[in-house]
Design a protein around this ligand. Structure first.
Ligand SMILES: [Zn+2]
Ligand SMILES: [Zn+2]
Length: 382
């Protein structure tokens, strides 16, 4: 048996443990919440310190952790060599990998939750689904370097008229709450539109195609979909003048952790907190391939807008199978490990091929028809 086979073997949990977690759902919920809150608190001062010290964050973090001047001097001279050798794009990519500290700490904890409270025990801990999504993660980092950095600069330079000047005097927690609520509302609307407009759905369907939800599924997103979806996250933080340190804490720590948490293969619905925040159960229903769950649970971090607008699934104890019903889609489950990078490229090209086929087959009026009507006509499967 190879090392990989060991990782992919389905887990067999003792029956008494399964019965215990099902009888006392408060236990898995409390365990998960306590762990995630602890990780957030652990990361906050590191990000805070790094942000204050600007571009030399790696050296400053080393200084913070080691406290030795010799180590800091050596790190400084290494930094000079590093800057002279690598172009800005490569350094930005490495900086992003480094700043994803949240990811490195949270992934082992979420994998532990998958071991203890699996929703689908037959799913491997590190299967082809996770490996395919981790390739998407690397691709997304490159995309952030090439597109999101210049884009955020563009926003800062040209969207100052959107800033609410009175917000500068508000207490920090009011600024953050207002920014999160507005951002979540915009994300909800934008997510709703990406489901209803057929052209946008073709790109968003890549994210929905995962049959083995895992800690990296949040990164499985077509670059067109990511571009449309991410624009609204940081604008409200800019509008309400949330300081960089707090904005980075929310956008850089809390949101990525929550995004990974809701995509994990765990049987947790957050109890009464689920009426405010999204949970793995809530988001699994959004990814469901069952007809009764289509276009439900659009919220990404907060579930309140779905409860408000009537798009929330009533049942909070269902854990359906996920994926899309498209037999042509280049799935990763039936291919070899070495074919995964190439398959990611196939998945990226796939919506363009669908669009091309439809452009040839139908008139432009059909091309832009809402997904709801198209599905009713029976020509969309998802
Ligand atoms: Zn969706
Ligand atoms: Zn998702």
């Amino acid at each position: 048996m190879s090392f990989y086979d060991g990782l992919v073997k389905p887990r067999q949990l003792p029956r008494r443990w399964v019965r215990f977690t099902e009888t006392y759902p408060l236990f898995p919920n409390a365990f998960a919440i306590a762990g995630l809150v602890w990780i957030c608190f652990l990361l906050a001062p590191i990000i805070n310190g790094a942000e204050k010290h600007g571009h030399s964050e790696v050296v400053e973090t080393i200084s913070m952790l080691s406290g030795s001047q010799t180590v800091v001097d050596k790190a400084n001279s290494l930094r000079e060599v590093y800057h002279s050798w690598f172009p800005a794009e490569v350094r930005n990519f490495i900086a992003l990998l480094y700043s994803n500290l949240a990811l490195y700490l949270v992934v082992p904890f979420l994998l532990l939750l998958e071991c203890l409270f699996p929703c689908k025990p037959s799913q491997p801990l590190i299967g082809k689904g996770l490996l395919q999504d981790s390739i998407w993660y690397i691709a997304l980092l490159s995309l952030q370097v090439l597109i999101f950095f210049p884009l955020s600069q563009l926003f800062q330079e040209h969207l100052s008229f959107l800033t609410i000047s009175a917000a500068a005097t508000w207490p920090v927690y009011v600024q953050i709450t207002a920014a999160i609520l507005v951002a979540e509302f915009l994300i909800w609307c934008n997510h709703f539109i990406r489901h209803k407009i057929h052209t946008l759905w073709l790109f968003h369907a890549i994210h929905h195609s995962q049959e083995e939800l895992n800690v990296f599924t949040d990164d499985r997103g077509h670059f067109i979909d990511e571009l449309v979806g991410s624009l609204f996250t940081f604008i409200p933080f800019f509008v309400f003048q949330v300081s960089d340190v707090y904005a980075i804490m929310v956008i850089g720590i809390y949101m990525p952790i929550h995004n990974r948490f809701i995509h994990t293969n765990i049987k947790i619905n957050l109890g009464w907190l689920g009426w405010i925040f999204t949970s793995p159960q809530f988001h699994r229903v959004h990814h469901s391939c069952e007809p009764e769950h289509i276009d439900k649970n659009f919220g990404v971090h907060l579930s309140i807008f779905d409860h408000l607008f009537g798009t929330a699934c009533k049942s909070r104890n269902v854990y359906p199978a996920t994926g899309i019903e498209d037999p042509q889609f280049p799935r990763e489950q039936n291919i070899r490990l070495r074919q995964l990078p190439g398959n990611m490229i196939k998945q990226t090209i796939y919506p363009f091929l669908q669009l091309f086929e439809q452009l040839q087959a139908s008139r432009p009026v059909h091309f832009f028809r809402a997904r709801f009507f198209s599905r009713r006509n029976g020509n969309i499967k998802s």
